[in-house]
Design a protein around this ligand. Structure first.
Ligand SMILES: [Zn+2]
Length: 69
């Protein structure tokens, strides 16, 4: 019974971390020379265009939602 309470607290803390990560405006990413979504070579930034940025953000959000659920 005591262990159940600890597990629940740990699960709740983990969920709070997941929510916090999901709500960050932009994940911390390094410049790789490629679009993070379609892997096109790019001169700067993280994406070749705003559509790739949007698609990747939606993907990351969907991933975070799936982990919480
Ligand atoms: Zn791209």
């Amino acid at each position: 019974m005591h262990a159940d309470i600890l597990d629940e607290a740990a699960a709740r803390e983990q969920q709070m971390i997941e929510v916090a990560l999901a709500n960050r405006p932009v994940p911390k990413m390094v410049y790789t020379g490629e679009c993070h979504w379609c892997e096109e070579p790019i001169a700067f930034g993280h994406y070749c265009d705003k559509d790739c940025r949007h698609d990747h953000e939606v993907f990351l959000w969907a991933e975070s939602q799936r982990r919480i659920a």
